[in-house]
Design a protein around this ligand. Structure first.
Ligand code: UDP
Ligand code: MG
Length: 323
């Protein structure tokens, strides 16, 4: 097979219920176009039979490439594994396995790519999800945009088409806590958003736990914003100013009336205030230190157990050196 022009990267975690529908849609898409497409399916350590389904398929159909991770690493790392395995010469399309991101939007994205855009990302116009979750997403993206030092588009996830060179850059960014939609914005080049309506999951339920969503949100904030640490500095300054004002008032009172405030309520209040400031400061510094801690370890981001390439199973236990 000639090198594919476009790779689709699809991370899958316990998606056996969705799998047949997904493959049906992907096959239909490939049959519909002249563009040479490869499908990179990444098994993120599924506990159901997703991995078996994947290998059955890819051992028969060379258009499918499979990457099996050694355990569950989470969506962002599964995506990273897929991005580094993608062999496309032109562009890589990232979609979710549950068909919430219609793969057919590819044709639209690809047109934009042909017009010279390096990144074409999807903007969710409507979300069909539980109202609280929707509200949380809504607030989070707006907050992140306000506090971030780069321009991360609102309401857009990882669903996007990226040119070969952008993918190469992402593959060479070794940061451990990965927030790919942020890294993608950070890379720059010409980027454009395309609106779409996010569908419901075609089967089963979300594989993202609340804990994982929070972790993702934290990675977004602490990897792309300096505001938390600046905020602490500001709080510190305000606290010091307040205490100086308090000191001045006390001195003036003493000079004019010769009385000093009695009792220790004020003192106690000040102690609590400053302890609070210190504690929060420590917490935020800790957040950054934690990231430094992870980064300096320079661990491989993931270890691929084995993969299927050209209908052949390749076992590879060496960590990826590139990353
Ligand atoms: N996913 C993954 N590893 C995980 C969790 C999720 O690879 O640990 C995949 C999942 O199979 C799906 C995509 O990431 O293809 C998005 O997950 P999901 O649809 O559960 O998230 P949501 O759409 O609810 O945010
Ligand atoms: Mg989903």
């Amino acid at each position: 097979m000639n090198a594919p022009q476009v790779s689709f990267v699809v991370p899958l975690y316990n998606e056996s219920k969705v799998f047949p529908l997904l493959i049906e849609r992907l096959n239909a898409l490939m049959n519909q176009t002249q563009i040479r497409v490869e499908m990179v399916l990444v098994d993120d350590g599924s506990r159901d039979n997703t991995a078996q389904l994947m290998s059955q398929l890819a051992l028969e159909d060379a258009r499918y490439q499979c990457v099996f991770l050694s355990r569950n690493y989470g969506h962002q790392l599964a995506l990273s594994a897929g991005l580094s395995a993608a062999r496309a010469t032109e562009a890589v399309m990232v979609i979710d396995g549950d068909l919430q991101d219609p793969p057919e939007l590819f044709f639209d994205f690809y047109d934009h790519y042909k017009k010279g855009y390096d990144v074409v990302y999807a903007i969710r116009k409507k979300r069909k999800e539980f109202i609280l979750k929707k509200a949380a997403y809504y607030l989070f993206y707006r907050m992140l945009k306000k506090i971030s030092y780069i321009d991360i588009p609102i309401d857009s996830g990882d669903f996007s088409l990226m040119s070969r060179r952008v993918v190469d850059i992402l593959n060479h960014m070794p940061e451990e806590s990965r927030y790919i939609r942020g890294m993608r914005s950070w890379v720059g080049f010409k980027q454009i958003g395309v609106e779409y309506e996010r569908a419901e999951r075609s089967a089963d339920e979300s594989k993202y736990s609340i804990k994982m969503l929070f972790r993702l949100a934290f990675n977004g904030i602490f990897n792309f914003s300096e505001l938390p640490i600046r905020f602490i500095t500001r709080m510190g300054l305000i606290a010091i100013s307040l205490s100086l004002v308090y000191l001045a008032i006390t001195i003036i009172k003493k000079a004019i009336w010769g009385t000093v405030p009695e009792g220790f309520t004020a003192l106690l209040f000040a102690i609590i205030l400053f302890s609070g400031v210190q504690l929060i400061s420590l917490g935020v510094i800790g957040e950054y230190v934690l990231r430094i801690f992870h980064q300096v370890k320079k661990r491989p981001l993931f270890i691929i157990k084995d993969r299927i390439l050209n209908k052949e199973l390749v076992t590879d236990n060496k960590p990826k050196e590139e990353l």
